[in-house]
Write a protein that binds this ligand. Sequence first.
Ligand code: AP5
Length: 194
Amino acid sequence: MAGEADNGTPRILMFGPPGSGKGTQAALLARRLGVPVISTGDMLRQAVAESAPLGERVARIMASGGLVDDETMGEVVAERMGHPDIRSGFLLDGYPRTVPQAETLELILQQRGEALDAVVLLDVPEGELVRRTLNRRRDDDDETVIRERLRVYRNKTEPLIGYYRDQGLLRLVDGDRPVSEVAEEILTALKGEG
Ligand code: AP5
């Protein structure tokens, strides 16, 4: 597994709590590796902005800090994974967030004869997560909603750490450092040196 991220078709999952820097690092890494980012948060926000039927269904859930249901998310991701740009590999940001979502992803990849190469877990203390998200001021970055997103992360998403550790895919990276240092550590971790 180690080093597979260099094989031309890296399939990498960016993982961590809200505000840990998944989106920031996914964008940097995508440029370095030449692969697209699949950000479910961005896809949902776009659907909301366009008042698409999906957006109308999910807007309230997102605004409250809850999770959109697994079935809807499975459809969104399966559709995106059908696009031809994914053949070069991808960086997933924000999916999966529950064990059933992880199982759906595995199935989608299995059907294509593919598998994840690595899961990058960004480790950032809770106080810093709140500080970063409050500074950003996205629509769902109000303090009550941030606390709810963190609570949902601990309950529903954190169990995936064990799921991916058991598969030997987890790469733990200290995300509480300047953006460029985190990016370098991710690249090192993906080469199996981290
Ligand atoms: P999503 O957009 O995925 O939000 P999130 O997981 O809460 O993550 P964030 O975007 O808040 O943080 P991030 O880790 O990407 O950090 P970022 O790089 O932005 O999801 C939003 C909502 O959509 C969910 O709540 C849910 O309702 C729904 N949803 C999405 N996917 C779903 C799914 N699979 N299932 C169900 N529902 C789903 O950085 C944060 C800030 O910190 C930025 O301002 C950045 O500039 C700054 N920053 C980044 N790195 C550093 C650094 N090293 N030092 C200092 N500042 C930094």
